[in-house]
Design a protein around this ligand. Structure first.
Ligand code: ADP
Ligand code: MG
Length: 282
């Protein structure tokens, strides 16, 4: 099936509320996600995570900047091609997706239902429901109606259904938020299995640092911007197009907005030194 790339170039998203005022949800996001990468989006509520995911899924077009999915600029393509992108290239798993399945049908029947719009060529190319469930390690759920399953099991079937049409990009918004610890872990494992088996690019929104820590790359969104990136448990600042770097939260108290700083080069990096209250160099 194979994964697709996602790229953002200086993406700005502005919503106009019913009352007529503007809300800036994303204020200049630059981001490169390679085919087959697994990425967690972290950040406080209201920071813009779901907005970013909606842009990747072609549900929204950016107010400014570019979003490229599989090399195609979704702000430029026609409605029809956007529709194909939404149904073919991208799979979206929404919060509580397990509730949107057919309750009296089995997992196979649910996966088959999710594949109903596929053409004959795609059907031949893609694994069928039984094989897909097997390859995802969900064969044990076969035969039982969803109504008899736990929330976590239903969510795993929803996951299988979401990727059954061969999408190269899986977008999941808080897929573990209503699950127990064990179900959450099973879900994260399922993400890794899909990624290994099919090479699918995965972008997963979570507020759970433990989930994010199990993804090879995590991106923290703060107030509509990329705040920092984590790699294997270590957090890094990210330099943006304008040369700006977000100061980490734990240091921000020492560097309130407007602080004058000096950059002092050392042998192995740069020291950031604020002017003291008297305006003297430290
Ligand atoms: P997150 O998923 O990180 O909680 P969102 O992307 O949902 O954040 O929201 C980012 C900002 O945009 C918030 O201030 C939110 O209130 C605002 N917002 C989101 N959707 C809409 C909308 N449809 N209309 C107006 N404002 C919105
Ligand atoms: Mg959200």
């Amino acid at each position: 099936m194979g994964g697709v790339a996602v790229r953002c170039v200086n993406v700005v998203q502005i919503y106009t509320t019913a009352g007529g005022h503007d809300v800036v949800a994303l204020r200049g996001v630059d981001l490169d996600i390679r085919p087959g990468e697994e990425v967690a989006l972290l950040g406080p509520s209201g920071s813009g995570k779901s907005t970013l995911l909606s842009l990747f899924g072609g549900v929204l077009r950016p107010s400014a900047g570019k979003v490229l999915v599989d090399g195609r600029d979704i702000s430029r393509i026609r409605e029809a091609e956007l529709g194909r992108l939404r149904s073919g290239t991208v799979a979206s798993l929404l919060q509580g997706a397990g509730r949107n399945l057919l309750p009296y049908a089995s997992p196979e029947e649910n996966v088959e239902f999710a594949r109903r719009a596929l053409g004959a060529a795609a059907r031949r190319r893609l694994p069928g429901p039984a094989e897909l469930l097997d390859r995802l390690g969900l064969g044990g759920l076969a035969g039982r109606p969803l109504a008899a399953m736990s929330g976590g099991e239903r969510q795993r079937v929803a996951f299988a259904s979401a990727i059954s049409s061969g999408a190269g990009l899986l977008l999941a918004d808080e897929p573990t938020s209503q699950l127990s610890h064990d179900d959450r872990d099973a879900m994260v494992e399922l993400v890794h299995v899909v990624n290994r088996e099919f090479g699918t690019t995965v972008v997963l929104v979570t507020h759970d640092p433990e989930v994010a820590a199990r993804m090879p790359r995590s991106i923290t969104i703060r107030n509509g911007r990329i705040g920092s990136e984590g790699r294997h448990g270590f957090d890094f600042g990210v330099v943006d197009e304008d040369g700006a770097v977000h100061i980490p939260d734990d240091l921000a108290r020492r560097f309130p907005a407007g602080t004058l700083v000096q950059f002092e080069e050392t042998a192995d990096g740069v020291v950031l030194r604020p002017l003291d209250e008297q305006g003297e160099r430290a």
